[in-house]
Design a protein around this ligand. Structure first.
Ligand SMILES: [Zn+2]
Length: 386
């Protein structure tokens, strides 16, 4: 029998989660990073933010003070509200998601209604869908091109507009666990992207020559050159370093400014206020479950546990109900329609799922095929989260 999974004694994170570390008390690095926030002098951090802002602010009003990458989600809506509160004049930039949902579009329009200048960059959809399909087949991540573009596009725009400061949202290593040194980082740069941006060992240049993809199709997927970055002096910083970050309260703030939530729980989640802007996200999250045995419901439950809003026992029950179900629909759209966009059949999709299913975590038949229930859901070998 494979070894039992080790779970954090405070939250529900398993030791299969990439980049997560556990200490001698069995507490994960995400919980420790959150605990560390109680020691932070947030007034001091706020003053630090104002100092940085003053340093980068356009003194004569001839340019933007900063660039805010936005998706139209609750966090980016909150970021824009915070930035406007500091009397900054931001340029907001969206890299359109892989398969923008109707509610996602409405939330972008609401964000634009906050009265900011706004640029949306939409990449060649035929090429994007080929990359979605390639990345799903090769590295088990349909969202790979989106995770590149949301980092490269805003930085490229910053260089083009000579904007020196980019205000990102949360530091994912602080929020969801990562190496200790990185959880305290306030800087996002090329090195961060390559190490933590979720590229899974596939490089943009690897795409050239596959399925008719040429170098000229990939311009926006390229991070600007070091010389361009140095010429402008672009710095990226995490707003979550300066203001206490909480996705749930961000959602409340965003809703107060017109942000629309989904009318019911998002499939595979235990919330209705996040990941509303891309129909492919259900597939992305399901592959995380296939590889590592936990999904989006676990992430959200852990955030609530750390903030004292859910007991570990209640959170575990919710996760067992909602995590890792086969993604038959997402945001109400049927999987065959979602796959149809990338020209993949449900039969091929299931074969790809089986190929990426972690056989150390899920029960398989003697022929190696994963065992599923009538709804296509997997069964864990050791469903032993205490
Ligand atoms: Zn934990």
């Amino acid at each position: 029998m494979p070894d039992a999974i080790l779970y954090c004694t405070r939250c529900l994170y398993p030791d299969t989660k990439p980049d997560l570390q556990f200490d001698g008390d069995g507490v994960c690095s995400a919980c420790r990073a959150y605990q560390g926030r109680a020691e932070v002098d947030w007034d001091k951090r706020r003053r630090e933010f104002l100092e940085i802002v003053d340093e980068y602010r356009s003194k004569d009003g001839s340019n933007y003070d900063c660039l805010v990458p936005v998706s139209g989600g609750k966090d980016s809506t909150y970021q824009v509200i915070r930035v406007l509160e500091q009397s900054l004049n931001p340029l907001c930039v969206t890299a359109t998601t892989d398969s923008l949902s109707d509610i996602g579009r409405r939330n972008i329009e609401t964000l634009k209604g906050l009265c900011v200048d706004y640029i949306e960059v939409t990449l060649n959809s035929r090429v994007r869908r080929r990359i979605n399909r390639l990345a799903l087949r090769q590295v088990g991540d349909i969202s790979w091109p989106e995770h590149i573009a949301i980092f490269t596009v805003p930085v490229r725009i910053a260089v083009q507009h000579n904007i020196r400061l980019i205000v990102w949202g949360e530091n994912p290593q602080n929020e969801y666990g990562g190496p200790a040194a990185v959880t305290q980082s306030r800087i996002l740069n090329r090195r961060w992207l390559e190490e933590f941006g979720g590229l899974l060992g596939m490089r943009v240049t690897d795409l050239i020559g596959q399925e008719g993809i040429e170098k000229r199709h990939l311009i926006q997927y390229q991070y600007p050159s070091d010389s361009d970055l140095q010429r402008v002096g672009v710095t990226g910083t995490f707003l979550g370093y300066y203001f206490p970050w909480d996705g749930y309260s961000n959602a409340l703030v965003a809703q107060g400014h017109g942000f629309e939530t989904f009318p019911r729980l998002v499939e595979g989640s235990i919330a209705n206020y996040e990941n509303l802007d891309n129909y492919q996200t259900g597939i992305h999250d399901y592959f995380k479950y296939l590889k590592f045995g936990f999904g989006r419901a676990t992430d959200i439950a852990c955030n609530h546990i750390r903030r004292g809003r859910l007991s570990r026992a209640d959170a575990l029950r919710l996760v067992q109900m909602h995590d890792g179900k086969f993604p038959w629909t997402y945001l109400g759209r049927h999987i065959e329609d979602i796959l149809g966009e990338i020209d993949m059949s449900i039969d091929e999709f299931i074969k790809v799922c089986d190929r990426f299913t972690n056989k150390k975590l899920f029960r398989c038949a003697n022929d190696g095929k994963p065992i599923k229930d009538a709804r296509g859901n997997l069964m864990k070998i050791n469903d032993d989260n205490p």
